[in-house]
Structure formats: structure tokens, C-alpha cells
Write a protein that binds this ligand. Structure first.
Ligand code: FAD
Length: 438
């Protein structure tokens, strides 16, 4: 079967990898000159199954109100005259009930755990070097209340099979000695030894190169302008896509099936087809510093709870990422936020890095209100979704790619997840139920 994948971020590239392995002829259409040049470029680097709690949780509404209008807030809604933003905000609030939160956490843990195993298998098979660290993720707290509130989340993760162990401040520093300088401020932490970190750009561009060697046809510098359809009801199908290349030339591309993996830009491509995704961009920041003194910079991937920052060592660089602005599609750098990241990193590891030459970046997380991605089918029999991976696209990307390749090939994926538009009738009766998500 000929399959066109739209988008070459981590999600689209992983989809292409598994589709070609399943024997399909694969074309990837990407508007950038290479893979992973948008949100999958400079993220926090964490493969964090242990941090599956979505931002939409019972504590979120109160926190959001406290943070409204604060320039350095970890999660900031900037209200705009934008209907989608308001509808998204209301849907976000609906996901904050204890029952919805518990459901969403379970979904995210399932696909994230499956994805980590898939990433490990791809790493072993391809040998891609992406500054991977398998030393776990250490979450440290500097506020007693926040630490106390984190205990049920850690306990829930353990219940779901994720070994997120609560530990003392001394243990925090034993696991990551680079934190010794702020030992007196740390009140406790939790540590998940099975979590990992690595450079999502290096991995994705490496995987794209392996895909190309295996015969995947990458059409870089090609923007998808329209998805073409015919028929109605059960006969509705996609007939092709319209693209425009860097020289302004229009073209139509045809295939048997189409996988949409265009991250934050997925909703606008689908709207003319009558498919309405609850997807909104969440702008995040990262700063990357050159490490000057390797022993003073952390090796273990960290989450700094007080500042809601994640910190990953990527070889001779230190990546620090965080914050989220719900404010449309702008990727402008706000100097207040950039400087806040550098100030905090310098405070934690004063002599570790070159703080005079930071590389700042912003990216748009494709956020669903629940942080559960859309992976599965649409009302068009040959159009599939793999988008909306929000805060955890690196963590869930490889598994999502493998799952969509199974779905496109007519097989039930080997993971318990509420795939979009799929019912148990879609697969053989010997297979256990696949929950439906509309
Ligand atoms: C600051 C920050 C920190 C983060 N930290 C982490 C972390 O530590 N761990 C984690 O798991 N996740 C993290 N994330 C989230 C993660 O980076 C994203 O979820 C993930 O990169 C999304 O991947 P994607 O492939 O869906 O989207 P993208 O990487 O954006 O890929 C979509 C691709 O589609 C292309 N495209 C879009 N529209 C068109 C079109 N019309 N025609 C052709 N091509 C098109 C784009 O050019 C792009 O390359 C972080 C995100 C941010 C912003």
C-alpha cells in the first residue's frame, strides 16, 4: 500500500519508520528543509513515563487563577478573541475532575510505557546516537506543600506499574551530586530509575536518515495546503493532497492512505474536511548551554518542581526547558521568560556552563485538553491521525508511530489505549476490547 505521512516531527518520522517496516511504500511530506525542525527540535529531552499527570488535574483551576497575568507563570493563558482558544479552555476545565484525570493518566502511562520500550528497541536496532542517558528522572522539590501534594501522584504512578519512588533530600543529592549546592533548599524528591533522556532532534533526524536508506521518500520543503476528499458517509475517502514547494510550484500527491502528523497545525488542515480536533498550541521555551565543567553539571535528568523546569544533559550541552503560554501560534521569544530560565539554571549550577551564550528556542506543543493524543481513525476510511502529543510527544512518539502503522495495516496495536474512532469490531474477535474515543 502507498502511504503518505504528513509531517516529519518525532511522531511523523516514527510513523514512517514503522510503516516502511510493515512493507508499505511511504512518502513523507514536510514543509521544513529537514526532519524535526519544529516542536521536535529542542525540547526538554525527557522520556518521562513517570510524569504522566496532565496539566488538567483537580489542582489546576486554582493554580491557573493564581498565575493569570504573571509573566513568569509556568502555565499562562493569554485570553484572545479566538473561539478555538475559549472552547479549548472550557474543555481543559472539564478534564480537571478526579475521574477524568485518573482516566487520562492511565491512557498516557500505557502509551508512554509502550513507547519507551519501542524507543529502546529502535535504539538497539539502528544504533542512532542521540546523547541518550538511562540514569532515570529525578524530581526535586523546594516547597513543603508541593512535595506533600506530589505524594499521591507518585503513589498512583507506582500503582500503574511505574517505579516513581519518593526519596529524602539527602537521597536526591546522592543520586545527583551536582545538586549539593542547593541541598539546604531541597525538601524531598522522587526518582524513577527506568526513565531516560536524550536529544529528540538527533534521534528524529537520525531515524529519518535510516528511513530514507530503507526507501522512504522524504519531500522536504513541501507544504501541504489542502487535503482532497470525495464521497460521503461510509464511502468518504481522501483522494490526495495538494502541496506547494519552495519554488511556489503546486502539485497533487496521491496514495492509498494518509497519516496526519502535523503537530500543532493539524486542526486547521482538517477543518475543511469537517473534522474538528480539540487541539491548541502551547508555547514552551528552552535554553541550551555549553557545559564548561562536566563534573558540576547534572548527568541525571531533573525536574525542578519550584520552577517547573526540566533539565537534561545532552553530551556536552545542558538543555533546560519549560513554561507554557496558551496564546495562539506565535513563537516569539519573551526575554523575561528566557532570562528567568538562565537565572535559575545559574543558581542551581553556577560554574557548570557558559551562561553568556545561551541558545534560546520556543516550540508549540500540540496540546489536547487532556494531553491524551489523537491516534487512530477518522470518518474518512483512509485518513489516520497521529497528533496532539502535547507535553509528552518525545515520550509517546515512537510507540505512537508503531501503533498507527499497525492500525493502517489493519492490525490491533499491542497496547491498551483509547484509540480514536476504533471499536472492538474493527479487529478480529479473538482480540480483547479496544475502547472507543470520539
Ligand atoms: C519547551 C518544550 C519542552 C518539551 N519537553 C518535552 C520532554 O521533555 N519530553 C517529551 O516527551 N516531550 C516534550 N515536549 C513535547 C514534544 O516536543 C512534542 O510533543 C513533540 O515534539 C510533538 O511532535 P510532533 O511530531 O507531533 O510535532 P512537530 O515536531 O511539530 O512535527 C510536526 C511537523 O509537521 C510539519 N508541518 C506542519 N504543518 C505542515 C504542512 N501544512 N505541510 C507540511 N508539513 C507541515 C512541521 O513542519 C513539523 O515538522 C516539549 C515541548 C516543548 C515546546
Amino acid at each position: 500500500m502507498k502511504v503518505i505521512v504528513l509531517g516529519a516531527g518525532i511522531v511523523g518520522t516514527a510513523s514512517a519508520w514503522f510503516l516502511q517496516k510493515a512493507g508499505h511504500e511511504v512518502i513523507v511530506v514536510e514543509r521544513q528543509p529537514g526532519a524535526a525542525l519544529e516542536t521536535s527540535f529542542a525540547n526538554g529531552g525527557q522520556i518521562s513515563v513517570s510524569h504522566a499527570e496532565p496539566w488538567a488535574n483537580p489542582a489546576a483551576p486554582k493554580k491557573l487563577l493564581q498565575w493569570l497575568g504573571r509573566e513568569d507563570a509556568p502555565l499562562l493563558f493569554r485570553l484572545r478573541p479566538d473561539l478555538l482558544q475559549w472552547r479549548w479552555g472550557l474543555a481543559f476545565l472539564r478534564e480537571c475532575t478526579p475521574a477524568r484525570t485518573a482516566h487520562n493518566i492511565r491512557q498516557i502511562v500505557n502509551i508512554a510505557e509502550y513507547s519507551r520500550q519501542t524507543l529502546q528497541a529502535v535504539r538497539a536496532e539502528t544504533g542512532i546516537d542521540y546523547d541518550c542517558e538511562t540514569r532515570g528522572i529525578l524530581h526535586f522539590y523546594t516547597d513543603e506543600d508541593e512535595f506533600r501534594h506530589s505524594l499521591p501522584a507518585a503513589a498512583l504512578m507506582r500503582e500503574l506499574g511505574c517505579p516513581r519512588e519518593t526519596i529524602s533530600a539527602d537521597e536526591v543529592v546522592r543520586i545527583e551530586p551536582a545538586l549539593a549546592r542547593i541541598r539546604s533548599k531541597i525538601v524531598g524528591g522522587d526518582f524513577t530509575a527506568t526513565d531516560e533522556s536524550g536529544d529528540v532532534y538527533k534521534f528524529t533526524s537520525g531515524l529519518a536518515a535510516r528511513c530514507a536508506e530503507a526507501g522512504v521518500d522524504f519531500r522536504y520543503n513541501h507544504s501541504v495546503t489542502r487535503i482532497l476528499s470525495e464521497g460521503t458517509g461510509p464511502a468518504a475517502r481522501i483522494t490526495g493532497i495538494e502541496v506547494i514547494d519552495a519554488h511556489g510550484r503546486h502539485q497533487r500527491l496521491q496514495a492509498d492512505s494518509f497519516v496526519l502528523a502535523t503537530g500543532s497545525f493539524s486542526a486547521e488542515l482538517l477543518r475543511p474536511l469537517g473534522i474538528s480536533l480539540m487541539l491548541y498550541p502551547g508555547k514552551g521555551y528552552s535554553a541550551t548551554y555549553q557545559v564548561r565543567q562536566p563534573t558540576l553539571a547534572p548527568q541525571v535528568s531533573l525536574t525542578d518542581d519550584g520552577y517547573k523546569l526540566v533539565i537534561s544533559r545532552l553530551g556536552d550541552r545542558l538543555r533546560v526547558a519549560g513554561t507554557c503560554e496558551i496564546n495562539g501560534y506565535t513563537r516569539e521569544l519573551n526575554p523575561v521568560r528566557c532570562e528567568a530560565i538562565t537565572r535559575r539554571t545559574r543558581e542551581l549550577f553556577p560554574d557548570a556552563c557558559d551562561y553568556e551564550n545561551p541558545v534560546y528556542w520556543t516550540g508549540l506543543r500540540p496540546l489536547t485538553p487532556s494531553n491524551v493524543p489523537y491516534i487512530g481513525r477518522t470518518k474518512y476510511a483512509n485518513l489516520f491521525l497521529n497528533t496532539g502529543h502535547g507535553t509528552l510527544g518525545w515520550t509517546m512518539g515512537c510507540g505512537s508511530g508503531r501503533a498507527i502503522a499497525d492500525i493502517v495495516s489493519g492490525h490491533r496495536p499491542d497496547v491498551d489505549f483509547a484509540f480514536t474512532g476504533i471499536t472492538r469490531r474493527d479487529y478480529s474477535p479473538t482480540i480483547a476490547s479496544v475502547p472507543v474515543r470520539s
